[in-house]
Write a protein that binds this ligand. Structure first.
Ligand SMILES: [Zn+2]
Length: 114
């Protein structure tokens, strides 16, 4: 499967008041050119197995290239998909959560084109 990362940004110390998994690194994946309506429709049925197999390795590659110090912070994580990654109230913010606790959790935002 061919995946292209069109954008990657890293948020440090984003103030995660009330968020689940507050002490873990997170990766949020967005589809390029997706409308808000499409996002709402698809938020519960993302191809997270494909994300895990094809997108996460690319994210690590890209982090290493663009943000090497952040890459070193997250390179050993095992990533698990969570529907409630960013919000415990509703399924609005699915994403991948790292398996290690950390005092300086990163929010990694990735936009992809399949
Ligand atoms: Zn929500």
């Amino acid at each position: 499967m061919k995946v292209e990362i069109t954008e990657i940004n890293v948020g440090v110390d984003m103030g995660r008041k009330g968020e689940p998994y507050r002490d873990r690194h997170k990766i949020y994946i967005f589809q390029d050119k997706e409308s808000i309506l499409e996002n709402i429709i698809h938020r519960r049925n993302r191809p997270y197995e494909d994300y895990k197999e094809f997108v996460i390795p690319k994210v690590m590659e890209m982090l290493d290239f663009k943000f090497p110090s952040h890459y070193r912070s997250v390179m050993k994580e095992k990533w698990g998909y969570r529907q409630n990654c960013g919000c415990s109230m509703c399924p609005c913010s699915p994403g991948f959560v790292g398996d290690n606790k950390t005092y300086d959790p990163l929010d990694i935002f990735v936009t992809i084109k399949f």
